[in-house]
Structures are given as C-alpha cells and as structure tokens.
Design a binder for this molecule. Structure first.
Ligand code: ADE
Length: 248
C-alpha cells in the first residue's frame, strides 16, 4: 500500500515511521510511505505557505495554492478514486472500521493542516474525506496522520503475524479485549487466573469474551449500544449491572 503525506514538517515522521512494526512493513515492501514538503510547491520567492484570515481573527491560515498543487502532483500518477484525506478536528471521528476500509486502497493521500486551519477551497477542490482522531485539538495534523497510518497498516495482510490478527482487536466488534497475562504465574501475590493456566481453549475463549465484556461495561458502556451480543452476553451484562448495584 502506498501512503503519501503532505506536510510542512516531514521531519516529524522520523522515529514513529522508522521503528518497530511500521519499519517492518516498509522493509517488507508492504508500506510505501512518501513524505512531501508542501513548501516545495510554492512559487513565490519567499516560499509562503500561510496568510492572515479573511474577516479577521487571530492566527494564520494555510494558503490554498501550494496545497492544491501538491495534491494534484501526487494524484497525477495515482489510481482513480484514491482518497485524499484532510486531518482536521472538524473531520468525522477515525475508528477501527475506517482503518479497515482505508487498508483496502492501493494508495491514500493524507493532508496535514497546521496553524489555525487551511483555506476551505482546498477541501472543496481536492479533499474527499476529513478525519479527526478525537475530540481535542492538536497543533497540527502530523500526529493524527501518524495515528491513521499506524492503525491502517495493521490491517494490511502480512503486517501482523497470524497471531495478531486485527479482526480480534479491541474495537473489531464493539467489545473490548479483556486482560492479558504472561509469566510468572504469581506476581506480588496476584495469581494468573486458573482458566488461562489450564489451557482449555473453549474455556479460555469464553473467559476472554466475558472479561472483555466486563472491561467494556466498566470503561466504555457507550460501545455496548452498537455491539452484536448473544443472549448469554446480554445475561452477563445484566449480571455486571446487578454487581454494580450491589456495590452502591
Ligand atoms: N488537527 C488538529 N487536531 C486534530 C485532530 N484532533 N484530529 C485530526 N487532525 C487534527
């Protein structure tokens, strides 16, 4: 998969994109990451990328010409239908499902905004989607772009071993993953749950689902409204609710 990133700060991608899983994906030819300096697409002597906002208000706005020129240059040899995604706090909220959908494309383009925003004509002319990574405002779209790349790349076949299949992740089906343990069997008096030590696969799967459900109930009850649950699982939720009522 090819990912083109348009940014004023390509150096920010050193480190996150050259370590661990992402480096392995690039090394194996599964991820072709190309960073483009938006400033290289300016045509004036001062290489200007920003200007003051029409209508006043503080801050600087990214000028449309270099961003649109950069997008058009990248799209010149991209497959038709390649998504051009603006990272912005005004976008729809990024999720596991969106990551999985994006991983199906041969190529995607991520545009990182900076300063107080980007001239809206960029969105009108070349942007196909706008993504936010959460309900808070960062100083730019670079960290969000790295978050999107990391989450998308995990869905490319061959990036994770079979053991780490992304379809079993937290968020894959609306129920979070439960707790995990490794050796030693007892640490500071806390024992690894018996069922995990005994290794009965069906019992382990049942325990994991129940504990995942418990974690979701405790930390993200909002997810349960959309989760696909069996009758047994609904029964368990009712049990957690009774336990909570007993604590109050
Ligand atoms: N740029 C600034 N804040 C952002 C956010 N939360 N998501 C995506 N891009 C952003």
């Amino acid at each position: 998969m090819r990912v083109d990133v348009l940014t004023l700060f390509p150096e920010m991608f050193q480190g996150p994109m050259t370590e661990s899983m992402l480096w392995k994906a690039r090394d194996r030819g599964l991820l072709d990451l190309r960073l483009h300096q938006i400033r290289d697409f300016t045509t004036d002597r001062h290489r200007t990328v920003d200007d003051t906002p029409y209508g006043g208000g503080g801050g600087m706005i990214m000028k449309p010409e270099p961003v649109v020129a950069a997008v058009e240059a990248v799209l010149a040899d991209a497959p038709p239908g390649t998504p051009v995604i603006l990272m912005t706090p005004q976008g729809r909220v990024f999720s596991h499902q969106i990551a999985r959908e994006l991983a199906r494309y041969e190529q995607i383009v991520l545009v990182c905004g900076r300063y107080e925003g980007i001239d809206d004509r960029v969105r009108q002319l070349v942007i196909t989607d706008e993504l936010s990574i959460g309900d808070y405002v960062l100083t730019g779209g670079e960290l969000p772009a790295m978050v999107v790349i990391d989450a998308v790349v995990r869905h490319i076949p061959g990036v994770l071993g079979a053991e780490g299949a992304a379809d079993r992740d937290s968020h894959a089906d609306g129920v979070l993953e439960g707790p995990q343990y490794t050796r030693p069997p007892v640490f500071r008096g806390l024992e690894v749950p018996r069922v995990l030590q005994e290794g009965n696969h069906a019992a382990v799967a049942r325990w994991r689902r129940e504990e995942g459900l418990r974690t979701t109930w405790r930390n993200r009850p909002d997810l349960l409204l959309r989760a696909r649950l069996s009758d047994d699982e609904r029964y368990l939720l009712a049990k957690f609710a009774r336990e909570d009522a007993g604590k109050r």
